[in-house]
Design a protein around this ligand. Structure first.
Ligand SMILES: Nc1ncnc2c1ncn2[C@@H]1O[C@H](COP(=O)(O)OP(=O)(O)O)[C@@H](O)[C@H]1O
Ligand SMILES: [Mg+2]
Length: 304
């Protein structure tokens, strides 16, 4: 399957504005989200990247309606699904989205077919059989329809969970570390299929991971989270451009070589930013500008 590299639209499908959430117990309060705002455009694959405990799952669950934020507003497809001020909280099943979890969340007593058909029957969709069949073909699991989840490998179970989300036809699919339970080889294959399917079908994805290479492989846009807040937003392409732009500047301006050895670490990013600013400010004529604002500098803690 070819990747259709058409860029995502410019219309916001998900609009998260000023969302905060704390978990309180008798002895302590944990601020999981502090005033988070971000957008997912139509057809865009957005990855939430950050270390464990930084609030990724809480943000995803807030969009899904499984968590109720203390403050803020969330719109999906132009409809307010949560607003603390107006006391709006649309239940998860009415938000027009599907979720794929790390734990697959398949019903063990239902066949693969029935697992995928279940939400469609619930919503009284026509042609359930056709939808299930096509979704299973998309994830290359057509022959597994009559098996039970217990008779499948982890990779197959996750493909079935993905098929269930795809069959729903929802414009928005939320993913919470869906590949971290499958082994490395299968992970690569499913990641590749997911990338192709998203670019081909054009649904919007909000995808949580702590794995930087996964984020870079899948995302149109990476939102780096740290301690309950958005630390940076950028494109993975910008990050990949760092070494090549570096050598271009070096040749063009006869600059000293870059002050880093490995191009994948945060220190490299910071060093490059400092280095290029110095070079640009000292040697570049006024007519040459290079926009560095789109670059993603990965926090070191994401490098796992
Ligand atoms: N139900 C909960 N009760 C108490 N604390 C929670 C709950 N859910 C999440 N937290 C805390 O909120 C913070 C963010 O958690 P989470 O959103 O799961 O992070 P991530 O998905 O990035 O690992 C963590 O400190 C976590 O311990
Ligand atoms: Mg999590």
């Amino acid at each position: 399957m070819m990747v259709n590299a058409s860029p995502p639209g410019t219309k916001a499908l998900v609009d998260i504005a000023g969302v905060s959430k704390s978990f309180r117990s008798r002895h302590s309060t944990v601020t999981a989200l502090g005033d988070v705002s971000m957008l997912v455009q139509e057809g865009e694959f957005v990855v939430l990247l950050g270390p464990s405990g930084c609030g990724k799952t809480t943000l995803l669950r807030s969009v899904a309606g499984l968590e109720k934020p203390d403050r803020g507003r969330i719109e999906i497809a132009g409809r307010t699904v949560f607003d603390s001020a107006q006391k709006i909280a649309v239940p998860p099943e009415n938000r027009g989205l599907s979720m794929v979890f790390q734990s697959y969340a398949l019903w063990p007593h239902m066949t693969v077919f029935d697992n995928i058909a279940y939400p469609l029957r619930n919503r009284k969709r026509p042609d359930v059989k056709g939808h299930v069949g096509r979704a299973l073909e998309m994830v290359r699991c057509g022959e597994l329809a009559s098996r039970y989840p217990g008779q499948l490998s982890g990779g197959q179970q996750q493909r079935v969970a993905l098929a269930r989300a795809l069959a729903s036809g929802d414009q928005l699919i939320l993913f919470d570390e869906p590949l971290s339970n499958v082994d490395a080889k299968v992970r690569e294959a499913v990641r590749f299929e997911l990338l192709n399917l998203q670019r081909e079908l054009g649904f919007s994805a909000l995808y949580v991971t702590h794995d930087q290479s996964e984020a870079t492989a899948l995302a149109h846009k990476i939102v780096v989270m740290r301690q309950g807040a958005v630390a940076q937003i950028g494109t993975p392409r910008a990050k990949l451009l760092v070494p090549s732009i570096g050598s271009m500047i070096q040749r063009r301006f006869d600059a000293p070589s870059l002050p880093y050895s490995s191009p994948s670490t945060a220190s490299c990013g910071r060093a490059f930013a400092r280095w290029s600013r110095t070079i640009l400010s000292t040697r570049v004529s006024a007519s040459v500008t290079i926009d560095l604002s789109g670059f993603v500098w990965m926090p070191r803690s994401c490098d796992r």
